[in-house]
Design a protein around this ligand. Structure first.
Ligand SMILES: Cc1cc2nc3c(=O)[nH]c(=O)nc-3n(C[C@H](O)[C@H](O)[C@H](O)COP(=O)(O)OP(=O)(O)OC[C@H]3O[C@@H](n4cnc5c(N)ncnc54)[C@H](O)[C@@H]3O)c2cc1C
Length: 356
């Protein structure tokens, strides 16, 4: 009998495994051949402390020391740009992300391809970081394995039932029994809940597409900051000498192996092109992932009020990488009875019972 059976081998499940393996025996079940195949392998890999609702920001802050000690952060910086027509969206973003307005000359010194005929305002936050997401995932997996956890791939969960002591779980890779079940199945968290006879919480996967394009006009983009269009209408970020550009769409979808929508991608690249002097001539690659949100766009962390042996680790939305150390530590603190690092009102804002 395992203490904690974790469903999902993305950053949520693996970070939970690293933390919970200090409290008891852990097995992670992942459907795919490889870890981090879905959302966790498709992110923009940014850490921006002020991105998200207050409870997400609290988790981001609580994550910073871990990210630093795991040596997964490198400086990136974040620029916000806007046109005169986007004045209101721009002002709201500057306030929400606590950015500092800069002159167009300063903006052009950082990103020389900005189009001053369109872009007439900019703001900057030097405190945004690239996350080495592979290294983060491997750090969590290595810690979990080091504490004796088992990580089982090709183990799609197909059935869950209650037992006298906890849960019995059938998978394509064998049968498992555990005292507690941790639901970290990303876009599939409500599917797993329904399978276990636990009422779903109304999670919605939202597709977000991404294109990889060559560096504009052969510029060396490595030191450019990430750049957001006002109102998160699109964004671009240097990526190993090229640029990734996202339409930043939030199209609702059922959970599935997501792929980019060509039309959405073309429209998003056109929004990017309106802001720069260099046209997009070709795509190197494209992909999409699902950002899965609770109805109030805040993570859901902790035991289900009606089924205390069923623990939610869900709704990471667009913040799952940056918030994972803080979120997984909170989960472990809730289970072990330790005082969480974040304030009680933030813990309550993340608790599953707020959605019942
Ligand atoms: C385009 C894009 C950009 C993003 N940018 C950022 C960013 O810059 N910074 C940031 O912090 N976050 C970002 N995110 C968000 C981040 O990627 C997610 O919040 C995070 O990866 C979610 O992790 P997860 O483990 O919950 O989900 P996933 O990585 O999807 O993992 C869930 C796993 O559960 C498994 N599973 C599901 N059902 C079953 C079953 N029945 N049996 C067994 N296994 C099952 C799946 O196979 C999957 O591997 C971005 C996301 C996208 C899509």
């Amino acid at each position: 009998m395992i203490d904690f059976l974790i469903i999902g081998g993305g950053v949520a499940g693996l970070s939970a495994a690293a933390r919970l393996s200090t409290l008891g025996s852990v097995t992670v079940l992942e459907r795919e051949d490889a870890l981090a195949y879905h959302a966790s392998g498709r992110s923009a890999a940014l850490f921006e402390e002020h991105y998200g609702k207050p409870s997400t920001v609290a988790l981001n802050r609580a994550s910073l020391d871990f990210h630093r000690s795991a040596d997964v952060l490198s400086p990136r910086g974040l620029m916000l740009i806007g046109s005169a027509a986007e004045a209101d969206l721009f002002a709201a973003d500057v306030q929400a992300m606590r950015m500092t307005e800069i002159t167009m000359d300063e903006a052009l010194a950082l990103i020389p391809v900005l189009n001053p005929d369109h872009v007439d305002r900019a703001a900057y936050d030097p405190g945004a970081w690239d996350i080495d997401t592979d290294r983060l995932i491997q750090t969590f997996a290595k810690t979990a394995r080091g504490n004796g956890a088992q990580i089982v791939t090709k183990a799609e969960v197909t059935g869950i039932s209650r037992t006298a002591q906890g849960w019995a779980v059938s998978t394509k890779g064998g049968e498992f029994e555990a005292r507690q079940l941790v639901n970290a199945a990303g876009a599939w968290v409500d599917v797993i809940a329904a399978m276990a006879g636990v009422a779903p919480l109304g999670f919605q996967p939202l597709r977000r597409s991404m294109a990889r394009i060559p560096a504009p006009d052969g510029h060396d983009v490595r030191a450019w900051p990430m750049v957001f269009g006002a109102g998160e209408g699109w964004y671009a970020k240097p990526d190993a000498g090229a640029l990734i550009v996202s339409p930043a769409e939030e199209d609702p979808t059922d959970p599935h192996d997501a792929y980019a929508d060509d039309m959405v991608l073309a429209e998003g690249l056109a929004r990017y092109e309106a802001n720069v002097t260099t046209p997009v001539t070709r795509l190197l690659a494209s992909w999409a992932g699902l950002r899965t949100f609770a109805p109030d766009r805040t993570l859901v962390l902790g035991p289900d009020p009606a089924h205390p042996g069923f623990i939610w680790c869900a709704g990471q939305g667009g913040y799952g990488m940056q918030s994972s150390p803080g979120a997984s530590q909170l989960l472990a603190d809730l289970i072990s009875g330790n005082t969480p690092a974040i304030s009680p009102d933030m813990v309550a804002a993340l608790a599953p019972d707020r959605l019942r």
